[in-house]
Design a protein around this ligand. Structure first.
Ligand SMILES: NC(=O)CCC(=O)C(=O)O
Length: 274
């Protein structure tokens, strides 16, 4: 399977409409790929909180329509990164959209772990509640977004649901770039799956983006990594490698399920220690 990660420059001097057109044009150039991936909130900028309310869109809004057409024209599976979704009840979500090669919306995923602590998306957006896998039947994509990368329990659930390729659009800051690179490899090794991390580049809302979109194989080796410029990273994924690694080193089989809850363990230890 050939995958192309589009590391787009999110520049506040370019309008979301212009960037949408540019991203669609780039996707159309990737017709030889099976899967094309865009970053998190690339139309507005992941840290451009001031634009979230005015720039929110429904699932059939302008970004979704442009991406559906681009996926169809290129004949690719398109993970269109994420949008600020305005749900019918008015709640905002950070929502990833995946289109099949006929331009149909195959799946959407609402980011479960919202970044910002006491500000930004953590207070402006609702939290997703669904673990989502999708994609080409032979690949099974597991969906996560940016800050989700810090929460291994989500990736366990994605692996249990059959994910072989973990796709993580991001607007990760340059300041924590080494966390991004390290956690992408960690999630690949523990899940024994490919990790496709597609980050934006440029600076918006005063936050320099990490770039360094990355593809890691199920053994934890980095197959390709971008720099900090806008670029398309294209790699060949051998999906049999997932099965091979899981067979050769069957650690997923050795999980000890049913361990007591942490609180129960603490009580137990305290008693045992006298
Ligand atoms: N947009 C994000 O989720 C940012 C995540 C981040 O900055 C971090 O985890 O560090």
């Amino acid at each position: 399977m050939r995958a192309s990660l589009v590391q787009i420059d999110v520049d506040p001097d370019e309008s979301p409409e212009s960037r949408r057109g540019r991203a669609a044009a780039i996707v159309r150039t990737q017709s030889g790929s099976d899967l094309v991936v865009l970053p998190e909130l690339w139309t507005l900028g992941a840290f451009a909180y001031d634009s979230f309310v005015s720039g929110a869109e429904p699932l059939d809004g302008p970004t979704a329509r442009a991406m559906a057409a681009a996926a169809r024209d290129a004949g690719v599976w398109l993970h269109a990164g994420s949008i600020v979704e305005r749900a019918p009840d008015g709640t905002l979500y950070n929502t990833a959209l995946v289109f099949s090669p006929d331009g149909a919306l195959a799946s959407s995923y609402r980011k479960i772990h919202r970044f910002g602590f006491d500000e930004g998306e953590a207070v402006m957006m609702g939290a997703g509640e669904e673990v989502v896998t999708t994609g080409p039947p032979d690949a099974t994509l597991g969906l996560a977004i940016c800050y989700d990368l810090r929460f291994p329990e989500l990736f366990r659930l994605l692996t249990e649901a059959g994910a072989k390729v973990l796709v993580i659009p991001a607007g990760w800051p340059a300041r924590r770039r080494e966390h991004w690179r390290l956690l992408a490899r960690a999630r690949a090794v523990e899940s024994q799956a490919y990790v496709l991390g597609c980050c934006s580049t440029g600076t918006h809302a005063g936050v320099e983006q990490a770039g360094h979109s990355i593809v890691v194989d199920p053994w934890g080796e980095v197959l390709a990594e971008a720099g900090t410029a806008e670029e398309v990273l294209t790699v060949e994924l051998d999906l049999d490698r997932v099965t091979q690694v899981r067979t050769d080193l069957p650690v997923l089989r050795d999980r000890m399920l049913g361990l007591p809850e942490p609180a129960a363990r603490t009580r137990g230890n305290a008693t045992a220690g006298g």
